[in-house]
Design a protein around this ligand. Structure first.
Ligand SMILES: Nc1nc2c(c(=O)[nH]1)N[C@H]1C(S)=C(S)[C@@H](COP(=O)(O)O)O[C@H]1N2
Ligand SMILES: [Mo]
Length: 198
C-alpha cells in the first residue's frame, strides 16, 4: 500500500477544514451514464505515444492501493480512504512517458465536457491514481464510476470523476471550476481555494 505523505502529518486536517465521517457527493452536472463497452481513457497531447485504453485493457493493468485523505474546498475532509486502481506512473509508462515540454494536465470527465487542470509535477506523484475502488468496494456511479482520478495532495475538485481523458499541455488551461474562479493549483495546506480575479 502506498501511503500518501499528508496522512503522516501530526495534524491531518488542513486549515479551514473539518473532518466528516460521511462521504458527501459533489459535482456540477450529476453523473453521466457510461457503458464500459464504449468507455475509453485517452492519454493525449504531449506524451510520446498517445494511447486510448479500452475498459478491458485498463482492467488488465497492474494495480495499486493508496491510503490518503480527501479534502473538499467546501470545507469537509474525509480522512483515511483506501483507493485502488492504476497509478498515474503506470499509465504514463504505457504512453511512452511525457514529452519534456509537458507542464500541465487537463483531466476530462464524461459529464458534459467537465474539466479540471493541474500542474504536471503535482500529477505525476506516487499517490496519484485512476481509481475504480474505494475502501474495498467498487466506486458508486455518484462517486465517479467506472474510474476517477485521485490526486490526494490537492483539493478534491482536481480529482476528476467519470474520467475519460488526460491531456498533457505546455501551458496551463483553466478547467470548469477554475474558469469560475477556483485556484489553478489548489493546495489545501496553503488554502489555495480561489484564484486571482475572484
Ligand atoms: N467529472 C467531474 N469530476 C468532479 C466533479 C464534477 O463536477 N465532475 N466535481 C469535483 C468536486 S467539486 C469535488 S469536491 C469532488 C467530489 O467528489 P465526491 O463527489 O466523490 O465526494 O469531485 C470532483 N470531481
Ligand atoms: Mo468541490
Amino acid at each position: 500500500m502506498i501511503v500518501s505523505p499528508d496522512t503522516q502529518r501530526e495534524n491531518r486536517v488542513p486549515p479551514g477544514q473539518s473532518e466528516t465521517l460521511k462521504w458527501p457527493v459533489l459535482d456540477a452536472f450529476g453523473p453521466p451514464r457510461i457503458n464500459t463497452a464504449e468507455w475509453k481513457l485517452s492519454l493525449s497531447g504531449l506524451v510520446n505515444q498517445p494511447i486510448d485504453f479500452t475498459w478491458e485493457q485498463f482492467c488488465d493493468l497492474p494495480r495499486v492501493k493508496v491510503f490518503a485523505d480527501f479534502h473538499c474546498v467546501t470545507r469537509w475532509s474525509r480522512l483515511s480512504n483506501v483507493w485502488e486502481g492504476v497509478s498515474v506512473r503506470e499509465l504514463m509508462e504505457r504512453a511512452g512517458g511525457a514529452k519534456a515540454e509537458a507542464r500541465y494536465v487537463v483531466a476530462h470527465g464524461y459529464d458534459g465536457g467537465w474539466t479540471t487542470n493541474l500542474p504536471f509535477s503535482e500529477f505525476l506523484v506516487d499517490d496519484a491514481l485512476v481509481a475504480t475502488h474505494h475502501d474495498g468496494e467498487p466506486l458508486t456511479l455518484e462517486h465517479g464510476a467506472p474510474a476517477r482520478l485521485i490526486v490526494p495532495r490537492l483539493y478534491a475538485w482536481k480529482s476528476a470523476k467519470w474520467l475519460g481523458g488526460l491531456e498533457f499541455l505546455p501551458e496551463d488551461r483553466a478547467g470548469f471550476w477554475e474558469r469560475n474562479g477556483y485556484h489553478m493549483h489548489g493546495d489545501p495546506w496553503a488554502e489555495e481555494r480561489f484564484g486571482h480575479g475572484w
